[in-house]
Design a binder for this molecule. Structure first.
Ligand SMILES: C[S@@+](CC[C@H](N)C(=O)[O-])C[C@H]1O[C@@H](n2cnc3c(N)ncnc32)[C@H](O)[C@@H]1O
Length: 284
């Protein structure tokens, strides 16, 4: 029997389960998950359908600590856990307070900056012939304040059990601008270099209103899974699945997924996006 037929700990694979993730993770066997990619609520007052995003700070951090212990139990010894968390201009401590609650369970192997919007002046770029002027790209949401800067980035904390998980850095590599580097450096056998820890990932422009207040672009979980390294049959978990972005990334990469989401309406949207992605994959 395959893992898909058998399920994991009695929970069906390639399924989003409408249940609390701490309860759901309790049902998964220890060490059964290869990659976790997720974004929990940030406790910044977002209007979710079911979840209350305005908790007393200590209650919120205590809940994250409980979640962190559950995530540590289900993650494989050579697994990766990518935790995306941001703050808000008036409360920039949130990601830093939150990450401390994961410290008893994980090594912090990498800190990645998810850059949503960036401006670069031509004068600062040096000799990039193909770029002819200043650039300002991505999703820019101005903040109405004289004190605070607009939020143009969020954190992705990369946790592992021992801090020593070998990654597929060229799985998210970038082509060299200066092709003469290929072959000159020992590490540069292909036209790809390590991307580093600043990832520019814009939101897709959509005309209709967004179906979820805080969904991340599918490219974010896709890059995290690629960085960890894809293997056939690997299991990706998103405990806060929202409208299914991590499931879409897993499907695109041929991995299995399992997800939890307490809100049935978000789960329904996720299932319809997944059905669309599967249809598209079959046609291509
Ligand atoms: C930041 S959003 C995740 C969005 C997701 N990354 C996406 O791209 O759609 C957090 C989600 O967690 C869900 N949630 C909150 N508490 C939960 C819990 N205890 N168990 C499972 N899901 C929960 C919320 O309903 C919300 O959809």
């Amino acid at each position: 029997m395959t893992k898909q037929q058998r399920g994991v700990g009695g929970l069906a694979v390639n399924t989003i389960h409408t249940m609390d993730c701490i309860e759901g993770m309790r049902r998964l066997p220890a060490g059964s998950v290869d990659v976790i990619v997720t974004s929990p609520p940030y406790n910044i007052g977002k209007d979710y359908n079911s979840y209350d995003d305005r908790k007393p700070r200590e209650d919120y951090l205590g809940w994250l600590a409980e979640f962190a212990a559950g995530a540590a139990r289900v993650l494989a010894d050579d697994g990766s856990f990518f935790l995306n968390i941001g703050g808000k201009p008036r409360d920039p401590w949130i990601p830093f307070d939150a990450v401390q609650r994961f410290r008893p369970h994980f090594e912090l192997q990498n800190v990645i900056h998810w850059v949503k919007s960036i401006a670069i002046e031509k004068a600062d770029m040096g000799g990039y012939e193909n770029i002819t002027g200043d650039i300002a790209v991505g999703h820019y949401q101005p903040v109405n304040s004289a004190r605070y800067l607009s939020q143009c980035h969020e954190h992705i904390f990369h946790f592992t059990k021992g801090g020593d998980v070998a990654l597929d850095k060229l799985g998210v590599g970038v082509p060299y601008q200066d092709k003469s580097n290929i072959g000159r450096w020992k590490a540069a056998e292909r036209d790809l270099r390590d991307r580093g820890n600043t990832w520019f990932i814009p939101y897709r422009t959509i005309r209709s209103s967004r179906p979820h207040p805080t969904s991340f672009p599918e490219k974010l979980p896709e890059m995290c899974i690629r960085l960890h390294g894809c293997r056939p049959g690997m299991l990706v978990l998103d405990p806060f699945m929202g409208i299914g972005s991590t499931a879409l990334a897993a499907i695109a990469l041929g991995a299995d997924y399992i997800g939890f989401e307490i809100d049935p309406e978000y789960r329904e949207i996720a299932e319809s996006r997944i059905a669309g992605a599967r249809r598209e994959k079959e046609q291509n």
